[in-house]
Design a binder for this molecule. Structure first.
Ligand code: G3P
Ligand code: MG
Length: 243
């Protein structure tokens, strides 16, 4: 039994990072959802994976150059399926309000690996606080400077360090930040750093796991959680019973 986070929501069944995908995650009995957050031109936290709106909406341009009003006019569903044409880019506020009515956990990934989005840490921390969701929210980022600022602003925020492939010293760094976990790709489990994480009692959560084979050679006990595009399908494939 592991914890299942729906990656960008249940993004196989619905357009990623939309309310439809989050509702689908709930229906699929995911334990939590993972969302990506960027800042609009007017400094609002919005939920979208890419730095531009080009791939997942009918618009063009950088998120940072568009106001919330402009972003909200975009169709964030048709690219996936015409039936989803009414989906819009969710505001972080909307997602938090919805999460508060569920018992889902929430992983907010601060997408500052390409755009610095000055002030995003404060915006996100304030929003989580307003909704009193600190106990259910974990903030993650590939950008260690972002996580350092999160820790500076809030000594109690739950932090997870995201790792792509440059893992040297990451466990030390995670401990220094007071991180609660490392979010890594399955290949991380075959590195010396994973043993260090285990020795340090640092849980490892793996992204993105869609097939049982993605966990090949990894002892189930060493994985605290998985991020998957298809929570129900993966749970079934792993022979896990819904929690
Ligand atoms: O947070 C885990 C995973 O979402 C990181 O990669 O590109 O899907 O945001 P990406
Ligand atoms: Mg992400």
């Amino acid at each position: 039994m592991t914890t299942y986070y729906a990656h960008r929501g249940a993004s196989t069944m619905c357009p990623e990072n939309t309310m439809a995908a989050f509702r689908q995650a709930l229906r699929e009995k995911a334990d939590g959802i993972e969302i990506d957050v960027q800042l609009s031109k007017d400094g609002e936290a919005v939920v979208i994976h890419d730095e531009t709106v080009d791939r997942t909406t009918n618009g063009t341009g950088a998120v940072k150059d568009l106001t919330v009003l402009e972003l909200k006019q975009l169709d964030a569903g048709s690219w996936y399926n015409q039936a989803c044409k009414d989906e819009t880019i969710p505001l972080l506020e909307e997602v938090l309000k919805w999460i508060a009515r569920t018992d889902l956990m929430l992983n907010i990934e601060l997408k500052t690996d390409r755009e610095p989005y000055p002030g995003i840490e404060q915006v996100v921390i304030d929003a989580v606080k307003r909704h009193d969701l600190g106990e259910r929210v974990v903030l993650s980022s590939f950008n260690l400077e972002t996580l350092r600022r999160v820790r500076e602003i809030s000594s109690s925020a739950s932090i997870a360090v995201l790792v792509w492939d440059n893992v040297d010293g990451i466990v030390k760094c995670a401990r220094h930040l007071g991180a609660e976990a490392i979010h890594a790709r399955p290949g991380f489990m075959h590195t010396a750093e994973s043993l260090r994480a285990e020795a340090a009692g640092l849980p490892i959560r793996l992204y993105t796991v869609n097939e049982p084979e993605d966990l090949q050679g990894i002892a189930p006990g060493f994985v605290d959680a998985v991020f998957t595009d298809s929570p129900a399908r993966l749970r079934k494939a792993l022979g896990d019973t819904a929690g």
